[in-house]
Design a protein around this ligand. Structure first.
Ligand code: ADP
Ligand code: MG
Length: 539
C-alpha cells in the first residue's frame, strides 16, 4: 500500500503520526474494503469454499461463515474492522447473509472508485446509493411472497437453503430439527428470539445423532455420587452465589494457637454450611443449580437431604433456566423461600459420550429448547453450530418479516434490472451511481455462477433475458446442478429481511467509508493496515 507519497506530519500532530489526506486516504480505504470483501467472496453459496484460519495460539477454525472468517482474521485496519462489524451486525440482526452483506459493501465501495475516477463527487455517489438502496428494498419486497408459522414446508425449505453445502449430507435432518425447535418455541404470543434455542455441543457420535430436547441441557455433572439422578417433578433453586464459606481477610487473620481453637473454627464453618443447606432444604427444593462453587461438605449435606446439585453453571444458562422454570435467581440465600423455586417435570442426569449431562425437561414455559449437537470433532461441532445458528436465524427472520424470496441470486437479478430502469428516470450524475448500485447486486448471482463452474457473464445475460418476463422472476443460479432454474419451483428460498438488511447495512458502511477523506494514524500503528501489498494482490 503506497501511501508514503502523501505522508505529512502536521505541525500540531505528534512526531511519527502518519497522515493520508483526500484522494489518497480514500483510495487506501477503498483498497482495504475491496481486499476484505474479496477474502470472503469465494465462500458464498452452497458450492462456496471453506477457509481454514489458524490463530497465534495455533487454534484452527475451518469455516464457511463470513462473520466467523472475518472475526478470526483479526483485521487491524479500521476500514477492515468496519466490515467485520457489518458482518457481526448482520448476524445479530437477522442471523444470516453475512457474506452477502460484506460482498455488497465491498462492491459498492469498489464501484464508487470508478465513479471517483470520473470525477463524480463522493456526496453525489452517496446520494445515488441511498436512493438505490431505498428503491431496492421496495423492489425486493414487491417480489417477495408471504410465509407464516403454519407453512412448515416453506420453513423447512428456508432452513435447508441456509444450510445447503454446509452440514453436507446431514443438512436435511438438521433442518428438520431447526424447524421443529422453532415450531416448539413459537407457541407463545411473544416475539421469537434466537436465544430461546440453546445449542449444546457434545463431541462424539456424529451429526445424525443430534437431537432436539424439550427443555434445557447443561453440560454439567451432578456434584456428588449419592445425589438422585432422576427426579420427577423437579423443584429448582437457582443460586447466583457460591455455596461456600468465603475466607474473608479478617477470618484469615484469626490466630489459631491450640487444637481446640482449630476444631472450634472448623466446627463453626461446618455449622455455617449446614445452615445454608438447611435453608435450601426448607424451601422445598430438590434440585440446586449453582452459578458458582459448592463446598465439598455442602455437597455431602445436600446429598444426604436428597437434593441434586450442579455447580459453575454459566450465567446465560442460569438466566435461561429462570425464564423456562419460573425460578428467581437467588443472590442472598437467607432471603429465599419456596416462592423463589422454579419447576420442571423431569430433571435427570444422563451420560453422553462418557460425560454426565443434566437435562431439565418439560418446563412450565415451553418456549425454551436445546439442540444437543453431536459430531466427531471440535471442528465439525463448531462449524455445524454456526450453520444451525444461521438456519435458526433465517427461519426466525422469515417469520418476523413474514416474507420470503426465491434464492440463487434470482431476486438480485430482478431488482438490479428494475434499478437500471429506475436510474434512467433520475438522470444526472446520480443516475450513474444508481446504475453502479444495480451492477453491485449482480455480483451475488455472478459469484454463485462462478462457484458452480458456470461462465459468470453468460449466466447473467441469460438470467436477465429470463427476467424480462415477470413470470420468470424466480430464475436464478441453480448452483447444485450447475444451471439456471426457477429457484422458487425448486423450493430454494430465503427470507426477505436477510436480503434487505444486507442492502441497508452495506450501503451505510459504504457511505461511511466514502465520507472519510483524512486518515490520521498515531505512532502505535493503530489505524494502519496490517495487510501488506502482497496480501492485497493475492486476494
Ligand atoms: P451468506 O453468509 O450471505 O448467507 P451463504 O454462503 O450462506 O452466504 O450463501 C448465501 C447465498 O447462497 C444466497 O445468495 C442464496 O440465495 C444462495 N444459495 C443458497 N442455496 C442455494 C442453492 N441451492 N442454489 C443456489 N443458490 C443458493
Ligand atoms: Mg447463509
Amino acid at each position: 500500500m503506497n501511501s508514503s507519497g502523501n505522508q505529512t506530519s502536521g505541525a500540531f500532530l505528534p512526531e511519527g503520526t502518519k497522515r493520508d489526506k483526500g484522494k489518497d486516504a480514500q483510495r487506501l480505504n477503498i483498497l482495504v474494503a475491496k481486499a476484505v470483501s474479496n477474502s470472503v467472496k469465494s465462500t458464498l453459496g452452497p458450492r462456496g469454499m471453506d477457509k481454514m484460519l489458524v490463530n497465534e495460539m495455533g487454534d484452527v477454525t475451518i469455516s464457511n461463515d463470513g462473520a466467523t472468517i472475518l472475526k478470526e482474521m483479526a483485521i487491524e485496519h479500521p476500514i477492515g474492522k468496519m466490515l467485520v462489524e457489518l458482518a457481526k451486525n448482520q448476524d445479530d440482526e437477522v442471523g444470516d447473509g453475512t457474506t452477502s452483506a460484506v460482498i455488497i459493501a465491498g462492491g459498492l465501495v469498489s464501484k464508487a472508485e470508478n465513479l471517483l475516477d470520473e470525477n463524480i463527487h463522493p456526496s453525489i455517489i452517496i446520494k445515488g446509493y441511498k436512493m438505490a438502496a431505498d428503491k431496492a428494498v421496495d423492489y425486493f419486497t414487491d417480489i417477495s411472497e408471504n410465509i407464516t408459522i403454519t407453512d412448515k414446508q416453506a420453513l423447512l425449505d428456508i432452513a435447508k437453503t441456509s444450510m445447503t453445502g454446509k452440514a453436507s449430507e446431514y443438512s436435511s435432518s438438521l433442518a428438520n430439527i431447526v424447524v421443529d425447535a422453532i415450531l416448539k418455541i413459537s407457541k407463545s404470543k411473544k416475539e421469537l428470539e434466537r436465544d430461546q434455542i440453546k445449542i449444546e455441543q457434545k463431541i462424539g457420535g456424529n451429526l445424525s445423532d443430534t437431537k432436539l430436547i424439550d427443555g434445557i441441557v447443561l453440560d454439567k455433572e451432578v456434584v456428588h455420587s449419592e445425589m438422585p439422578k432422576d427426579i420427577k417433578s423437579g423443584k429448582i433453586l437457582l443460586l447466583g452465589t457460591a455455596l461456600e464459606i468465603k475466607e474473608t481477610e479478617t477470618e484469615a487473620k484469626i490466630q489459631i494457637t491450640s487444637p481446640e481453637q482449630l476444631q472450634a473454627f472448623i466446627d463453626q464453618e461446618e455449622e455455617q454450611l449446614k445452615e445454608m443447606v438447611d435453608k435450601i432444604v426448607s424451601t422445598g427444593a430438590n434440585v440446586l443449580i449453582c452459578q458458582k462453587g459448592i463446598d465439598d461438605l455442602a455437597q455431602h449435606y445436600l446429598a444426604k437431604a436428597g437434593i441434586t446439585a450442579v455447580r459453575r453453571v454459566r450465567q446465560t444458562d442460569i438466566e435461561r433456566l429462570a425464564k423456562a422454570t419460573g425460578a428467581k435467581i437467588i443472590s442472598r440465600l437467607k432471603d429465599s423461600s419456596s416462592k423463589d423455586l422454579g419447576s420442571a417435570e423431569h430433571v435427570y442426569s444422563k451420560k453422553i459420550a462418557g460425560d454426565d449431562m443434566l437435562f431439565i425437561e418439560k418446563c412450565p414455559n415451553p418456549n425454551f429448547v436445546t439442540i444437543l449437537l453431536r459430531g466427531a470433532s471440535e471442528q465439525i461441532l463448531a462449524e455445524s453450530d454456526r450453520t444451525i445458528t444461521d438456519a435458526v436465524g433465517a427461519v426466525i427472520s422469515s417469520l418476523k418479516s413474514g416474507k420470503f424470496l426465491a434464492a440463487g441470486g434470482s431476486s438480485e437479478i430482478d431488482v438490479s434490472l428494475k434499478l437500471k430502469n429506475f436510474a434512467k428516470t433520475i438522470g444526472g450524475r446520480e443516475q450513474l451511481a444508481i446504475e453502479a448500485f444495480a451492477d453491485v447486486l449482480d455480483i451475488i448471482p455472478k459469484t454463485l455462477a462462478e462457484s458452480a463452474g458456470l461462465d459468470a457473464i453468460d449466466t447473467i445475460v441469460s438470467l436477465r433475458s429470463k427476467h424480462q418476463d415477470p413470470i420468470n422472476k424466480g430464475f436464478g443460479v441453480d448452483v447444485v446442478n450447475g444451471t439456471i432454474a426457477d429457484m422458487k419451483k425448486k423450493n430454494i428460498i430465503e427470507p426477505l429481511n436477510v436480503k434487505t438488511q444486507a442492502i441497508i447495512s452495506a450501503t451505510e458502511v459504504a457511505e461511511l467509508i466514502l465520507r472519510i477523506d483524512d486518515i490520521i494514524a498515531g505512532q502505535s500503528g493503530r489505524g494502519q493496515a496490517r495487510m501488506g501489498p502482497q496480501d492485497m494482490a493475492e486476494m
